[in-house]
Design a protein around this ligand. Structure first.
Ligand SMILES: [Zn+2]
Ligand SMILES: [Zn+2]
Length: 133
């Protein structure tokens, strides 16, 4: 006699805790499993739920000035505007980008220098004294 079990009770918590989702940029609501998006051929054409897409008239980002939520974790993002002649606006999730968040909060908007291959060339030439026998 096969044990029928109580499928109805466990089905809800069947989702593994490791499964990741993406979240609406406009309201932070859970959109869909990220697993689907990790496939190489899938192009992310929308980062917001239908309601937000309609509200903002855009499929990827809320209108300027509107709060944004992290696409990766659904947290409310902090908005930073850089000082200067051509200010840039950054939406930073304190949870996903803690380093950058801390840096921006300290007013440091400098991009950390990239480790470029040119660095090696930039080194001063070896000063080898000319040898004269
Ligand atoms: Zn939304
Ligand atoms: Zn996040």
């Amino acid at each position: 006699m096969p044990a029928k079990g109580r499928e109805g009770d466990t089905a809800v918590e069947a989702a593994p805790a490791t499964e990741q989702f993406v979240y609406c940029k406009g309201c932070g609501t859970k959109l869909e499993s990220r697993a689907r998006l990790s496939k190489p051929r899938v192009v992310v054409s929308s980062m917001m739920c239908d309601a937000c897409t309609e509200k903002h008239g855009h499929a990827l980002m809320p209108a300027p000035g509107e709060p944004t939520y992290c696409y990766r974790c659904g947290s409310l993002e902090e908005v930073f505007v850089t000082p200067g002649i051509s200010p840039a606006t950054y939406h930073i999730c304190p949870k996903c980008l803690p380093d950058r968040y801390a840096r921006y909060q300290a007013g440091d908007f400098e991009t950390p220098p990239k480790v470029a291959p040119e660095d090696e060339k930039a080194e001063p030439a070896k000063a080898e004294p000319p040898r004269k026998a």
